[in-house]
Design a protein around this ligand. Sequence first.
Ligand code: SAM
Length: 279
Amino acid sequence: MSENQITPLNDADFTKLSNFIYVNYGIKLPISKKIMLQSRLASRLKINGMKSYAEYTKYVLSGEASESEIVNMIDLVSTNKTDFYRESAHFDFMKEVVLPDFLTADSRQPLKIWSSASSSGEEAYTIAMVISEFIENNRKIDFEILGTDISARILEKAKLGIYPMDRVDVIPLSQKKKYLLRSKDQENPMVRIVPHLRAKTRFQRLNLMDMSFNVPKDFDIIFCRNVLIYFDRETQEKVINKLCMHLKPGGYFFLGHSESISGIDVPLKPLKPTMFVKI
Ligand SMILES: C[S@@+](CC[C@H](N)C(=O)[O-])C[C@H]1O[C@@H](n2cnc3c(N)ncnc32)[C@H](O)[C@@H]1O
């Protein structure tokens, strides 16, 4: 069946589907995204042997769609843009303030960091590189990093830790030499994060819209960057408050460059733009 034999997505079904996605996953899809949604979901119609978006919409909303169908649908609608060393001021702040602070705290516990919308893992592996660099010049800090995301597909990439060569341009050469392995394939050059950094990270699926989060309660640092932008103010407040329940008092919290806590009630004190400490 070719895509053009399929009855297109009409406005009413778009509204039903986008409401379902927004209420359950926080992802906003304005009507301007209708064609995008239609083309991204075309493969799901094909796999499910359906001839119209109306049929697919009914299936999703009926509650009869399998969990894996919903996971696949969310995989197709989430925006996963990320980079190594994205918003590098956060990593400078880690080196200059957060990690020295952790050293003086004289804790024997491993430093625990949560990348709560980790996408394909670049954020988590950047954190691992920053801490490893700091450890080189200081006494040993042990650390563990958890990466979570709503998209199962993107988490598989994160777990593999394999990236095209051009994605790692931004990583300083000295760190590339230490933390990346190069593939021998000249035509399609790839790199892989070294095993000892991969061993410090783990990834699991987690929906920030869930009532509670099945992760530890004692993180020292939480990154929640460039995901709340898709949520309304009320949802942002709820999500940040839930995340803060998993952050130690005095722990650090990072938001994305266009996100803020102004006008919302959360237990965070601003230190610098988008950088906070838990009260
Ligand atoms: C634009 S990426 C940001 C990645 C990274 N934090 C950064 O700043 O580079 C946003 C990520 O949030 C994830 N996401 C969207 N809605 C989510 C939800 N309800 N729960 C968990 N993750 C979600 C998406 O799958 C996507 O990978």
